[in-house]
Design a protein around this ligand. Structure first.
Ligand code: C5P
Length: 285
């Protein structure tokens, strides 16, 4: 038996625009995505001699073939025509679920990377990301990590240089949002404001954190805030204590703030901790 270890890193959407509904029911989107240091840990025992098993330290996470990490192992092994003699996947969860942080996708991507390494890297990172698209919209980005523009359903990726150094505070409110329902709500609305991707890309290219902050925007944010004014409360605390920008990530409901230093982030984190048990400080990676 061999044990593989891999980190599964959360993502933030610095920008997120929904361009329109497609014939297959999904939506075309455009997003500047960023990997952050908030992570789950994945361990995989290969050749256990036992039936497949998934173990997660956090209750409420599916531990059967519906878990994206399990699906990723199945998709990878089928693509390569391999069948180990049993597999056990252990997940140590830190990334909140149903948060817009891509937790399940990050776990799936980590499984893809770990298995690919185990089998001698037969697939390039690009081919691995393509395989990831079969598992979920965020899996391709979570496979390549870093800073990138995602288009299509999230499978068309273009790498950007690293974003300027900063510290993120990520806060999970005590409600979550159904992603399909949110897309449906957005379909019924006229999107009044959209992110400026040209401006965000040039801010990243020139390493200007102030300009990056100015261009943070997610079209889902006002739709969720409308029903959950609590997001405004979280944002106002971030804003009062030095945050350069604050916004919901993905389809929510987690909010992230950009701080210029760890000291500022620690203060914001301290202010939110009393009301929100799931507050994290993270760096771009
Ligand atoms: O692919 P993923 O499982 O993350 O998507 C969850 C749901 O969100 C989909 O079933 C779909 O309803 C919606 N979605 C969409 N367009 C996208 C991504 C997700 O409509 N680009």
């Amino acid at each position: 038996m061999t044990t593989l270890y891999e980190g599964a890193f959360a993502k933030l959407n610095l920008t997120l625009d929904v361009l329109g509904k497609r014939e297959d029911g999904y939506h075309d989107l455009k997003s500047v995505m960023q990997t952050i240091s908030l992570r789950d840990d994945i361990e995989i025992d290969v050749d256990t001699g036992k039936p497949w098993e998934l173990i997660c330290d956090k209750p409420g996470i599916p531990t059967d073939e519906t878990n994206l990490a399990w699906k990723a192992a199945r998709v990878y092994l089928d693509a390569l025509g391999k069948e180990p003699d049993g597999l056990t996947i252990r997940i140590t969860k830190r990334i909140p679920s149903q948060a817009g942080l891509g937790g399940g996708s990050a776990d799936a991507a980590a499984v893809l990377r770990a298995l690919n390494r185990h089998y001698g890297e037969p697939l390039s990172i690009g081919a691995l990301a393509e395989l990831g698209a079969k598992i979920g919209s965020d899996v391709p980005f979570c496979t390549i990590c870093g800073t990138a523009v995602a288009e299509g359903r999230g499978e068309r990726l273009r790498r950007l240089p690293d974003m300027p150094d900063c510290v993120f505070v990520v806060c999970m409110p005590d409600f979550s949002v159904s992603t399909p329902e949110l897309y449906r709500k957005l379909d019924e609305k006229v999107i009044a404001k959209r992110p400026n991707h040209m401006a965000m890309e040039s801010a990243i290219l020139s390493g200007d954190l102030g300009k990056v902050a100015e261009n943070i925007y997610n079209v889902f944010d006002p739709v969720v805030t409308e029903e959950h004014l609590e997001l405004n409360y979280i944002k106002s605390i971030c804003n009062s204590y030095g945050s350069l920008a604050q916004q919901m990530t993905g389809s929510g409901s987690a909010v992230f703030a950009i701080l210029p230093s760890f000291e500022y982030a620690a203060v914001v984190c301290g202010m939110l901790k009393d009301n929100y048990p799931q507050v994290f400080i993270a760096k771009p990676v």
